[in-house]
Design a protein around this ligand. Structure first.
Ligand code: SF4
Length: 388
């Protein structure tokens, strides 16, 4: 059965705050019956609070609406993210005063407030889940949508997958890309070939392997699969889809482990698709948007939410003139996020994996909480029309 995804369009007809995204978020929270579901519960509002001088994360105006809804419903809200992001969140406008609730580091002050969850996937043997998540009764996954150099994009699933776990787990998750061998020393004919492979990458993604002298290490986040290196690799260095998909898969596993700690029906998911930059909010700055604003989405179904958001974003091409000079379009196939991050950072495949792991359904019905109406020019009385 199709899941419902509520959507508030960024478009407005009247010059009226009641038609803007904060108001539409309120309508979505009503539809999700958030107030009725949180009475007496500790409610974790998981966000990405960004870093340094970034300003494109979910703005405090939106967070405050969510916090107020929880308070109205008799819940006990707190905002949570990784310790370093919480520590300087006030410099980006996130304080208890502006948000209306406390902010707690998801894994404790020194990343020791964790629960060990044994789980074997490639090099990962356990996940260290943050205590703030573990001890919550209800989860609001409040995510900002943007491109991402590891996963192609970041939204509600990614917001859970990394920011709820300790640094040791996050590092191990990133290392899943390196689990399958990609540099074959025995096939590399000579040092000149090894150096040619290294120097072929315009993004500096291929470097000497510090752990293995004479080896090569690929920074997967910097690789857009342009395949220039393959022209000189002589079979010694492979760019393989499976290495990239390993990170996608481990993110899905991590998100599932987070959701497994909540009773069924005790989580809602929100994507705010505004000011979508090419890379993650953790870069600590905000560049030009690479896609037009697409509004706010909310659902009880994480997978449906992600699919609906991706589908909406796929309707418009990348704003190429807004790309940083060192980024390029490497393909016109697949989702716009793949056009800049490469075909193997397959955002649709990640959603399919999440469905296969039982996190929700890719089938959805999109419900517009405030359909755009025909303009009523009579209401715009204070702007005189230009004389003809
Ligand atoms: S595929 Fe392109 S971006 Fe990736 S390592 Fe090779 S040259 Fe660099």
């Amino acid at each position: 059965m199709a899941s419902i995804v509520y959507w508030g369009s960024p478009r407005q007809v009247q010059l009226d705050s009641a038609e803007t995204l904060p108001a539409k978020l309120d309508l979505i929270l009503d539809q999700l019956k958030l107030r009725e579901r949180v009475r007496g519960k500790r409610v974790a509002i998981k966000m990405h609070l960004g870093g340094n001088v970034g300003y494109s994360m979910v703005h405090p105006v939106f967070v405050r609406r969510v916090v107020q809804a929880v308070l109205d419903g008799g819940g006990k809200p707190f905002v949570t993210d990784l310790p370093h992001a919480v520590a300087d969140a006030h410099t980006r406008g996130y304080t208890a005063e502006t948000l209306g609730c406390p902010l707690y580091p998801s894994t404790g002050l020194d990343e020791k407030w964790v629960e060990r969850i044994p789980y074997h996937y490639r090099n990962v043997t356990e996940f260290l889940l943050g205590g703030a998540i573990k001890e919550a009764d209800f989860l609001i996954d409040l995510a900002h949508v943007k491109g991402h150099p590891d996963a192609g994009w970041g939204a509600a699933l990614k917001n859970l997958a990394l920011g709820c776990f300790a640094g040791k787990t996050r590092s191990a998750m990133h290392d899943t890309c390196h689990f399958d061998q990609y540099f074959h020393k025995e096939l590399c004919p000579d040092e000149a070939t090894r150096l040619a492979i290294k120097e072929s990458c315009p993004y500096g993604a291929i470097v000497d392997d510090k752990q293995d002298p004479g080896g090569l290490h690929l920074h997967y986040n910097q690789c857009n699969q342009c395949m220039r290196c393959q022209a000189v690799a002589k079979g010694a260095f492979e760019i393989k889809r499976s290495n990239f998909m390993a990170f996608m898969e481990v993110c899905v596993i991590a998100a599932k482990l987070v959701l497994d700690t909540f009773e069924p029906g005790q989580a809602v998911f929100i994507n705010l698709a505004t000011q979508m930059t090419p890379v993650c909010d953790c870069f600590g700055f905000t560049g030009l948007p690479i896609l037009p604003d697409a509004g706010v989405f909310g659902s009880d179904d994480l997978v449906a939410l992600e699919q609906a958001t991706l589908d909406m974003l796929a309707k418009t091409p990348i704003i190429e003139e807004n790309l940083p000079g060192m980024m390029e379009i490497v393909t016109r196939e697949g989702h716009p996020f793949q056009h800049i991050h490469g075909p193997y950072k397959d955002v649709y495949a990640q959603v399919a994996m999440a469905e296969a792991m039982g996190l929700g359904s890719r089938e959805y019905t999109l419900v517009d909480v405030m359909p755009v109406r025909e303009p009523d020019f009579k209401r715009v009385t204070y702007i005189p029309a230009a004389p003809k």
